[in-house]
Design a protein around this ligand. Structure first.
Ligand SMILES: Nc1ncnc2c1ncn2[C@@H]1O[C@H](COP(=O)(O)OP(=O)(O)OP(=O)(O)O)[C@@H](O)[C@H]1O
Length: 249
C-alpha cells in the first residue's frame, strides 16, 4: 500500500536577508509528516537559520514558510511554538529546577494538573532511558552531558508536539555516547511518528538519523535526497562530505 505523504512544513521561495546579505536564499522544499530530515552543511551554511524559520524565531524577507498549510507569520507565535519542540546543544535546562520540573515546564504552562505533570515527566524519563526514581529530583548540574541531552529531548516531547527541531543536540558528547543516543533517538522518533528536523555538520550522524538529507551550502539547499541517493550525489559539496565518511570507515 502506498501512503500519501502529508506535508508538515513547506518553504516557498524563502530568502532571508540581513544587511543586504542573504543568509539563506530561494529555499523551496517540503518536510513530510513523520520524516526525519537532517540539514547537513558546513559551519555558516545556513542550517540554523533555516530551522529558526520554521518556529518563527526568524521570519522570511521574501517568500513564506507554511506550517500545517498556514504561513508562520499568520500563526499565533505561542501556539506555533507549543506545536514544535526545540532541542539545542546546551539544552537550555533551568539550572535551579529539578529534572522533573524542567520536563514539566510546558505542561505546567498549559495548566495541566500537578499529578498529571508528574506522571508525564516520569513516563518521559523512562522513554529516554533515565530511571525516574534516580533522576527526577536531580538538578541539571548533577547529570552528565548525555543525561542532560536526554532530559532536553524529554522536555521537548512533554506536551506531545507533532514536530521537533533539533540543533546539533548531541554535538558535545563523546563518540560512543553519541552513537548510542543517536540510535536510541532514531528508534524513538520512528516509534512516536514525530516529524523531526535535525541540524548537524556530521555526515555520519546524518546517515544514522535521516530519512532524507538536505545539504546546505552558502545559504542554499543544494541536494535533498534519501541517504542511499545522497551517497551517489555528484555535487562537489556532497562529495566533499562523503569523503569524510570514507576516512571514518
Ligand atoms: N542575526 C544575524 N545577523 C546577521 N548574520 C547572521 C545572523 N545569524 C546568522 N548570521 C549569519 O548567517 C550565516 C548562516 O548562519 P547559520 O547559523 O544559519 O549557519 P549554520 O549552518 O547553522 O552554522 P553552524 O554549523 O556554525 O551553526 C552565517 O554566515 C552567519 O554568520
Amino acid at each position: 500500500m502506498t501512503q500519501e505523504k502529508q506535508v508538515a512544513v513547506e518553504f516557498r521561495n524563502v530568502t532571508l536577508r540581513r544587511n543586504n546579505r542573504a543568509l539563506v536564499s530561494n529555499l523551496n522544499f517540503s518536510i513530510y509528516k513523520g520524516e526525519a530530515l537532517v540539514l547537513l552543511g558546513r559551519s555558516g551554511s545556513g542550517k540554523t537559520t533555516t530551522m529558526k524559520l520554521i518556529n518563527r524565531l526568524l521570519a522570511p524577507t521574501e517568500g513564506e514558510v507554511l506550517f500545517d498549510d498556514i504561513p508562520t507569520t499568520q500563526w499565533d507565535e505561542i501556539k506555533l511554538r507549543r506545536r514544535i519542540g526545540y532541542v539545542i546543544q546546551e539544552t537550555g535546562l533551568f539550572p535551579h529546577f529539578t529534572v522533573e520540573r524542567n520536563i514539566g515546564l510546558v505542561p505546567s504552562l498549559e495548566k495541566w494538573k500537578p499529578k498529571q505533570i508528574k506522571t508525564r515527566a516520569h513516563e518521559l524519563l523512562n522513554l529516554v532511558g533515565l530511571e525516574p526514581s534516580t533522576f527526577a529530583q536531580r538538578y541539571p548540574h548533577e547529570l552528565s552531558g548525555g543525561q542532560r541531552q536526554r532530559v532536553g529531548v524529554a522536555r521537548a516531547l512533554a506536551a506531545d508536539p507533532p514536530m521537533l527541531l533539533m540543533d546539533e543536540p548531541f554535538g558535545a558528547l563523546d563518540p560512543i555516547t553519541r552513537l548510542e543516543i543517536q540510535r536510541e533517538f532514531k528508534r524513538l522518533q520512528q516509534n512516536l511518528g514525530k516529524t523531526v528536523v535535525f541540524v548537524t555538520h556530521d555526515i555520519q550522524e546524518a546517515f544514522v538519523l535521516s530519512s532524507r538529507i538536505g545539504l546546505m551550502h552558502q545559504g542554499e539547499l543544494i541536494v535533498l535526497e534519501a541517504p542511499q541517493q545522497f551517497r551517489n550525489s555528484q555535487h562537489p559539496e556532497a562529495k566533499a562530505f562523503l569523503q569524510c565518511l570514507e576516512y571514518s570507515s
